[in-house]
Design a protein around this ligand. Structure first.
Ligand SMILES: Nc1nc2c(c(=O)[nH]1)N[C@H]1C(S)=C(S)[C@@H](COP(=O)(O)O)O[C@H]1N2
Ligand SMILES: [Mo]
Length: 384
């Protein structure tokens, strides 16, 4: 066993913290290349086009065969179910547009940095998910009187901080069976069968909740009479200041607004360049706690704010809203920022909320923009 921090011999607990001057490691780079984010210019689409939605996979994408796939619903139920895909597809289906965000989004901006998937701000995407309401399946199975939680098991298997496991998460039964929460057992994404990386052939979709709850490659739903205490529920995804803290569980998505970076980028630094004058600023905003009610932008890093126009589509309450405004750029280096406020009064912070796992860091996004007058024309080839 490898006794190094984060190796197989490590005890479970929060991720290791990077040292004060510790750069990103090859291990973090390897995770970052497997688990890709949304290119921020793709914020222009209401529904994220195939392949541009962020991806997070803890272990390997499992080798799943849709033709022989079974989903069981068992444990503390009166009538256990054993379903195949045609059986699921034969049931009444619903389609919901849902914005999904990884709980670790923003982690790499923290200091000290928890060593894990190093997201900046791009671990988000919006898809149209089609499937069977979980509430309907649970009603069919009939929860026993003592059932309190539903535990969801994926087909992927791995080791995490010394604990070998199938990927497994639970929801309170009251959430899982709540028709208003609209939890889905989804078999299609944007009208096509789920792609391998997004959970083919079945996944859970839990509108409003951070990504870890949306169990992919779903093969088993088990109702339990006691709360589930497995790794992904009690070791991971808790808001801890100290390793020994019990910590609050990570649940609903905190409000966040993102800007489609304006102008054009510098290849290496990704710093933006715009011309003086009116510059359209657009983006998206969302919250799992309730609708976003306000989006503000700043050109000085968050000292002064002005309201942007917010465009919400009431047909899609679980999806991000669009926002837009026009900024009058003047020459110089500017620090654009954007922040969202939701209906519960939650507003994005100017200082990152820190915890040992690096979860739910909804710090306001800052975008460095150089406003430069038009470049002089490049030299032309000499006339022949
Ligand atoms: N079975 C399984 N489900 C999973 C995961 C996983 O590793 N295995 N990752 C979770 C996490 S942490 C996130 S953020 C979302 C990512 O979903 P996506 O890749 O479809 O965007 O899936 C969740 N469901
Ligand atoms: Mo995640």
């Amino acid at each position: 066993m490898d006794p190094s921090p984060g190796g197989l011999g490590a005890v479970s607990g929060p991720a290791r913290l990077a040292g004060p001057d510790e750069g990103l490691s090859a291990q973090e780079l390897a995770l970052a290349t497997r688990n890709h984010g949304l290119p921020l210019e793709a914020l222009r689409y209401d529904v994220t086009p195939p392949g541009l939605h962020y991806v997070l996979v803890h272990y390997d994408i499992p080798d799943t065969a849709p033709d022989t796939w079974r989903l069981t619903v068992g444990g503390r139920v009166l009538r256990p179910l054993d379903l195949d895909l045609p059986g699921l597809r034969a049931r009444p289906a619903v389609t919901r547009r849902v914005t999904l965000e990884c709980a670790g989004n923003g982690r790499a901006l923290l200091g000290p940095r928890p060593v894990s998937q190093p997201w900046l701000v791009e671990a988000v995407g919006t898809a149209e998910w089609t499937g069977v309401p979980l509430a309907a399946l649970l009603a069919e199975a009939g929860p026993a009187e003592d059932a309190v939680e539903a535990v969801f098991t994926g087909a992927d298997h791995g080791v995490e901080r010394g604990v070998e496991q199938d990927y497994r998460r639970s929801l309170p039964l009251a959430t899982a069976a709540d028709p208003a929460r609209e939890v889905l057992v989804a078999y299609a994404m944007n009208g096509a069968p789920l792609p391998p990386q997004h959970g083919s052939p079945l996944r859970l979709v839990v509108p409003g909740w951070y990504g870890m709850a949306h169990v992919k490659w779903l093969r088993e739903v088990t109702l339990t009479a006691t709360p589930y205490t497995g790794f992904q529920q009690t070791a991971a995804y808790r808001l801890r200041q100290e390793p020994g803290d019990e910590g609050e569980p990570v649940t609903l998505i905190a409000p966040r607004a993102l800007m489609a970076p304006p102008g054009f980028p510098d290849f290496m630094s990704r710093a933006r360049v715009v011309r003086p004058g009116p510059v359209p600023l657009t983006g998206r905003a969302w919250s799992g706690h309730g609708p976003v009610v306000r989006v503000e932008v700043s050109e000085d890093g968050g000292a002064a704010w002005t309201d942007a126009e917010l465009v919400r589509d009431p047909a899609h309450p679980w999806a991000w809203a669009a926002w837009r405004t026009t900024w009058t750029a003047t020459p110089g280096l500017r620090h654009l920022a954007v922040r969202a406020t939701d209906a519960t009064g939650r507003v994005q912070p100017l200082a990152p909320p820190w915890n040992r796992g690096g979860f739910a860091n909804n710090l306001v996004q800052r975008v460095e923009v150089l406003c430069a007058p038009a470049p002089t024309a490049p030299p032309r080839p000499p006339a022949a």
